[in-house]
Design a protein around this ligand. Structure first.
Ligand code: ADP
Ligand code: MG
Length: 214
């Protein structure tokens, strides 16, 4: 357990009596790329959802900079600094990519000027300028993935949690993503990823293997 970063402490979770996580403890400290790997169905996505503050565990605790994410009244403001990219892109289908970005940033209370600056910066970084005015259904899987990643990066955040971020990305974009994750960690942020991508695993600093609960 650590006082800075995100920790899961003895977390258990079942879905209708089917145990997915049993007493799982992991620490994701700042400055490192922490990776959760393991077979399909082992509970990686469930664990990340719990650690991102989206799904309450049956037992155990999630500490974000020492604040209990599901108990402490201070948790709301700190969870706002968690940028979470789910395994399936959560873009609003009726809005363009640009409008999706604007909405996510407006929710954080950023000014219009800052919002437009961030969109310009992040779309250049991820090479998605050409799809900004298209809706999610009109772009490729890799472009959608980069749009989801763009939202996470453009928000104010201290904690970056990404579920299978390399899905649908080609090799050049996987390399780009790894450079970005390295920079995020290097600037003192928490970077936590779930992946089965061996290349991403090899480029992480800390690896947790999760097994199927028997
Ligand atoms: P992984 O990401 O490692 O592939 P998941 O966390 O997505 O694993 O899922 C772990 C297990 O929990 C799977 O058997 C999955 O079917 C089940 N599961 C996940 N979410 C739910 C849910 N909301 N309701 C019921 N079962 C779920
Ligand atoms: Mg998963």
């Amino acid at each position: 357990m650590i006082s800075v970063g995100i920790s899961a402490v003895n977390v258990s979770k079942s879905f209708s009596n089917y145990a997915v996580l049993r007493n799982v403890s992991i620490d994701a400290p700042p400055n490192l790329i922490t990776c959760v790997a393991g077979p399909s169905g082992s509970g990686k996505s469930t664990l990340l959802r719990i650690m991102a503050g989206y799904l309450r565990p049956d037992s155990g605790r999630v500490l974000i900079n020492g604040v209990d994410a599901y108990v402490d009244s201070r948790a709301r403001s700190i969870i706002n600094l968690v940028s979470y990219v789910p395994q399936d892109d959560l873009l609003i289908s009726g809005l363009t990519i640009r409008e999706n970005l604007r909405l996510a940033l407006r929710v954080q209370g950023l000014s219009n000027r800052v919002i437009e600056e961030r969109i310009k910066w992040v779309s250049g970084l991820l090479g998605i300028e050409h799809v900004l005015d298209k809706r999610p259904g009109q772009v490729s899987g890799g472009e959608r993935r980069r749009a989801s990643i763009a939202i996470a990066l453009a928000r104010d955040h201290e904690f970056l949690i990404m579920d299978e971020p390399t899905n649908s990305l080609d090799r050049a974009n996987v390399d780009l993503l790894i450079r970005i994750l390295r920079e995020e960690a290097g600037s003192g942020r928490v970077v936590l990823v779930a992946t089965h991508d061996q290349y991403l695993i090899r480029n992480s600093d800390r690896l947790y293997m999760i097994r199927l609960v028997s």
